[in-house]
Design a protein around this ligand. Structure first.
Ligand SMILES: C[S@@+](CC[C@H](N)C(=O)[O-])C[C@H]1O[C@@H](n2cnc3c(N)ncnc32)[C@H](O)[C@@H]1O
Length: 253
């Protein structure tokens, strides 16, 4: 994938500017169906894990350009869609313009002030956003405050065990599976490369499990989806391992 490098830790506003730059192109990739994984792997996994959850008030953490938020709005009574990227939220408002049950908030989840009250949230999703959040523990803490006991939290992320290999940085001298590493690279999907830099944070899988467990979430289900043969045939390269992992937790108490 080229020009992948480890960088120092970054602030929310630095990262949000990167997502601002990508927003229009990102929506185009998803809406055109060019992002095969979003359509055929990520969204079906969220649907599967969300089935049966209480959809009265759903938090969409890192809603990005709102392409999944729109689907969520059809399934939930109310959606609160949160993202610190101004441009992504602007695109998302357009994408969801007909959904009257979506409230957008331009902020990171953890920077939502104490005046934001959502004790009634009954479920939350984080679609491809946990590995872009710079402070996982702060995010998990805030999530625990916002979700009522019994609520479900579903996250899909790049699979930390395999993404470094897939992206081609597993053998870089700076890579260590067990470390938390900010990785900057031009944003790419299997059928389209861009020159726009975005950052994800590599963390060992254990970090996600520990961060959520520490604040009172019990892991209920995990999926390591692999596309069926007809879908795989649309990709330039075969899938040798799961590229994504989808997890569902329940908030205890
Ligand atoms: C890869 S994009 C995914 C967007 C969308 N969910 C999708 O699947 O198309 C990751 C998004 O997470 C947002 N994000 C990162 N950290 C966040 C945080 N702490 N709270 C809320 N959103 C965050 C970013 O601004 C970015 O828009």
């Amino acid at each position: 994938m080229g020009q992948i490098r480890a960088v120092s830790s970054k602030t929310h506003s630095y990262l949000a500017k990167q997502w601002d730059e990508l927003a229009a192109e990102r929506h185009r990739q998803i809406a055109s169906g060019e992002d095969l994984s979003f359509t055929h792997v990520v969204v079906p996994s969220v649907r599967k894990l969300l089935a049966g959850a209480n959809n009265r008030v759903v938090l969409d953490i890192g809603c990005g350009t709102g392409d999944f938020t729109k689907e969520l709005a059809d399934a939930a009574q109310q959606v609160v869609a949160i993202d610190p990227s101004h441009e992504s939220i602007a695109v998302a408002r357009r994408v969801c313009r007909e959904a009257v049950n979506v409230r957008f908030i331009e902020s990171s989840l953890e920077e939502l002030g104490p005046q934001f009250r959502c004790e009634t949230a009954t479920a939350a999703v984080a679609v491809m956003s946990l590995m872009t959040a710079p402070d996982l523990d702060a995010l998990a803490n805030r999530l625990a405050q916002l979700l009522a006991g019994g609520s479900q939290f579903i996250a899909v992320l790049t699979h930390p065990c395999f993404w470094p290999r897939y992206s081609g940085y597993e053998r870089e001298p700076w890579f260590q599976y067990d470390a938390e590493i900010f990785v900057e690279a031009p944003f790419a999907i299997s059928r389209c490369r861009t020159d726009i830099q975005t950052t994800h944070i590599h963390r060992p899988l254990r970090r996600y499990l520990e961060a959520l467990s520490k604040v009172g979430f019990a892991l209920q289900a995990a999926l390591e989806p692999l596309p069926a043969a007809d879908i795989q045939s649309m990709y330039p390269n075969p899938w040798e391992f799961p590229r994504f992992i989808a997890l569902r937790w329940q908030k205890l108490g």
